[in-house]
Design a protein around this ligand. Structure first.
Ligand SMILES: [Zn+2]
Ligand SMILES: [Zn+2]
Length: 393
């Protein structure tokens, strides 16, 4: 089968690799119709996370079940399924409590796993014609319709981007009527802003510097804030004051909920050619109101082969703890416990209440992957979200 393979820093290729196959009776093999490229794939593409050459990448698949292991009970050949990024067993101590991102069985000696991701287990990725899905009864989420129908992009966003965006609002302890600032308008940031709006936020600001991404934020109903126009914290305070602060809340012109959807590769605001991994967290400490909540949904890597000057190889960062303490701000971290949300978000899509596929800007075949990665990495040509369609010529 054809698959997108990590070759070297800033180089992926499309290779013929051995077909995905049933290895355990609890597996299925899915023929992939859509497989999205994610911002976290770029951490590997940029040579930061120690991906081994030859790794099949990708963790956002939608497709149709083609082979079924003999112990699988809940899904059948021919069914259309979306597969959550973080695979899990469904029955271990953590899975049973709903913490599927910390499954204790999918990565012996550690916890949690993902497809096609350095340091997250030995599972091959989904930017391929076929994908082996372990613990298929737990990991296959059935969706209605046929491949390439009108909801193909919406359902593809259920593998990661929409679910992780929603999870970010969960980490931020969303409440109706609250004010939200999302830093980072990559896909997770955009869909975190979208989730906040779906959940009744009164004001949502999205901070970034790439015009096409900020336009998408506006299209989704959020207020875009370009940090190249000045300190985003001051811009948001000014926008809120001009709009008129809610009665009784006048002394607090920051926001109640802050979401970091960037992670360790944050840009330095004074010089966007440089990274500053503490930029977003420092800004959130200033912006979020006393009693507020901060969600860290962007990736912070425990192993960074090319740390920025303010960064570190092992993720030890200097952050303003005293400000968080003084303001009584809670800070919640972590990967998405996908299955808490996937079926509910699917049903929002099916009901016509959510259209997360709105953020998709580009489609291609597997052969387009090298060009998409390159343009996505350079923030060029308006690539916000690209989807590969492996089984469409
Ligand atoms: Zn992803
Ligand atoms: Zn488990």
């Amino acid at each position: 089968m054809k698959a997108v393979v990590y070759e070297a820093t800033r180089r992926v290729g499309v290779h013929d690799v051995e077909d995905a196959a049933i290895e355990e009776p609890t597996d299925v093999v899915v023929r992939v119709s859509s497989s999205a490229i994610c911002g976290t794939d770029l951490h590997m593409f940029d040579g930061r996370t120690g991906a081994e050459p030859g790794l099949v990448i990708g963790h956002e698949p939608l497709g149709v079940i083609e082979q079924v292991g003999e112990a699988v009970r809940s899904v059948k050949k021919g069914e259309r399924v979306v597969i959550p990024t973080h695979l899990f067993c469904g029955i271990c101590f953590n899975c049973a409590r709903g913490y599927t991102a910390a499954c204790l069985r999918v990565r012996p000696g550690s916890f949690g796993a993902a497809y096609g991701y350095a340091g997250m287990g030995s599972y091959r990725g989904a930017q391929a014609e076929l994908l082996r899905v372990p613990f298929a009864d737990a990991n296959c989420v059935r969706v209605p319709g046929e491949p390439f129908d009108a909801r193909e992009d919406d359902f593809a966003m259920l593998a990661d981007a929409f679910v992780t965006g929603w999870h970010a609002t969960e980490l931020a302890m969303m409440e109706p009527g609250c004010t939200v600032a999302v830093f980072g308008a990559f896909t997770v940031g955009l869909l975190a802003a979208y989730s906040a709006l779906l959940r009744g936020a009164s004001e949502v600001y999205v901070v970034d510097y790439v015009p096409e991404r900020l336009d998408k934020a506006g299209e989704l109903g959020a207020t875009p804030v370009n940090f190249e126009d000045g300190d985003p914290v001051e811009q948001i305070r000014e926008l809120r004051r001009r709009r008129g602060l809610p009665i009784g809340e006048e002394p607090m012109d920051g926001v109640q909920k802050g979401i970091d959807a960037v992670g360790f590769q944050a840009r330095d605001r004074r010089d966007t050619t440089r990274e500053n991994p503490t930029q977003v967290v420092s800004d959130l400490a200033r912006l979020v109101n006393p009693t507020g909540h901060v969600a860290i949904a962007g990736v912070y890597a425990e192993k960074d082969l090319l740390p920025a000057p303010e960064g570190s190889a092992d993720g030890h960062l200097q952050v303003p703890w005293a400000t968080f303490f003084n303001k009584g701000i809670s800070v919640n971290f972590g990967r998405t416990n996908d299955r808490r949300y996937t079926t509910r978000l699917r049903d929002l899509v099916v009901a016509g209440r959510a259209h997360p596929g709105t953020i998709v800007t580009h489609h291609g075949t597997l052969d387009d992957a090298p060009s998409f990665y390159d343009r996505f990495d350079r923030r060029a040509d308006g690539v916000v979200k690209a989807i590969l369609r492996p089984c469409r010529p």
